[in-house]
Write a protein that binds this ligand. Structure first.
Ligand SMILES: [Zn+2]
Length: 373
């Protein structure tokens, strides 16, 4: 999974030969005819035509390897694809992303990771802590995937005994003894969790475990970590990552749904006040033509027919004969919203497709955008 540590390691490859970095929008919503292959071929051709011959020789094999990979790996694709390849096969890294990315092919003396960095900044990551009396596990959930990052195991925490006594200790003494060790363990967990979360700049935390251990660890969390907790789930200490993901997904979904609601609210309020935001397809298309869109928000399943200029990419819902911008030829398209989304991504804007259709946004045309100015 994509994380800051990995990006940092890639940044350290700076100067170690040439790298080819490919970003490809493979989102089926924006590639109804599978046209990402056309985009890829165009980018490869442009790059090989314009690249210094000496450099081209060095990265030629990496470029073919990338092309081959894209042509044969369709079944693995999600919405975005990133491939970074070093010269002479010295480095190879692939990311299948749950969000579409802007099409780019960059050859340089370093891996081009800015779009990946932006994904970490723009899409919430969730840390999941599963805690027990002598061990703990840390996971990260990002864009629908889960990865386990580490384990904290504290030795010397005595296990529960069937009978009250532990050696010759009285029940009370025994409990205190456990509490002391459990306390040490939890302090250790909280420390490690804190440094992990701050090192990775993770904004949200979900705590899992038994009711008892959740309560104990929550008691020990410093305020800045406690503020990040968005929910707790009852979960087994040894659950598999997939099980952990399915347990925390409802918490994540609910959190994101509330966030979407807030986004829609402020979008509508801002647009009604005069901006910088617009609502409704026509105004969104106009803003795209002016390259002012910062974040496009579109209701799930919203589509519309419209007109598309083959010359400059102008989009409109109005029936016109020639393009007002370039006099180019206009064609009718069935999926103008899909094309608009792709155009927004190409302009470096964020695109948020709502997880469920919004009645609120529907009243204003099911689409809107926050603008750059
Ligand atoms: Zn045009």
């Amino acid at each position: 999974m994509l994380d800051r540590k990995e990006l940092k390691e890639m940044a350290e490859l700076d100067g170690k030969g040439f790298f080819v970095s490919l970003y490809l929008n493979v989102d089926p919503l924006f590639n109804r005819g599978g046209d990402y292959i056309v985009h890829l071929k165009n980018m490869l051709k442009n790059t090989s035509d314009n690249l210094d011959r000496e450099i081209y020789k060095k990265v030629k094999d990496s470029m073919s390897r990338i092309e081959n990979y894209v042509l044969t790996s369709k079944r693995l694709f999600k919405k975005g694809l990133a491939v970074i390849a070093g010269e002479d096969n010295s480095f190879w890294k692939v990311y299948h992303l749950n969000v579409p990315v802007k099409n780019e092919l960059i050859v340089d003396k370093f891996p081009y990771t800015k779009p990946l960095m932006d994904l970490l900044d723009n899409y919430q990551r969730y840390c999941v802590l599963i805690v027990g009396k002598d061990s703990a596990r840390i996971f990260v959930v990002h864009l629908g995937e889960i990865v386990e990052y580490g384990e904290v195991y504290t030795e010397g925490v005595p296990g529960k005994h069937k009978k009250g006594g532990w050696f010759a200790l009285s029940q009370n003494h025994y409990e205190r003894h456990i509490d002391y060790h459990v306390g040490l363990h939890l302090r250790d967990v909280v420390d490690k969790l804190g440094s992990f979360i701050s090192g990775e700049y993770i904004g949200r935390l979900i705590i899992g475990g038994s009711q008892e251990s959740i309560a104990m660890v929550k008691d020990m969390l410093p305020k800045e970590l406690l503020n990040k907790v968005i929910g707790t789930v009852k979960i087994e200490m040894f659950a598999k990552p997939d099980e952990v993901l399915s347990k925390v997904e409802p918490v994540v979904r609910e959190f994101e749904r509330k966030k979407e609601e807030k986004d829609i609210q402020s979008l509508i309020e801002m647009a009604l006040k005069g901006g910088p935001a617009v609502i409704g397809l026509d105004d969104v298309l106009k803003a795209l033509q002016d390259r002012r869109v910062m974040k496009l928000i579109v209701s799930k399943d919203f589509e519309n027919g419209g007109y598309h200029c083959k010359g400059c990419g102008f989009l409109t819902t109005q029936k016109i004969d020639d393009c007002p911008y370039c006099k180019g030829k206009i064609e009718f398209v069935e999926h103008i919203v899909g094309i608009a989304g792709k155009k927004a991504i190409e302009q470096g804007a964020l695109v948020e497709v709502l997880s469920e259709p919004s009645e609120e946004l529907k009243r204003y045309g099911s689409i809107g955008a926050f603008l750059r100015y």
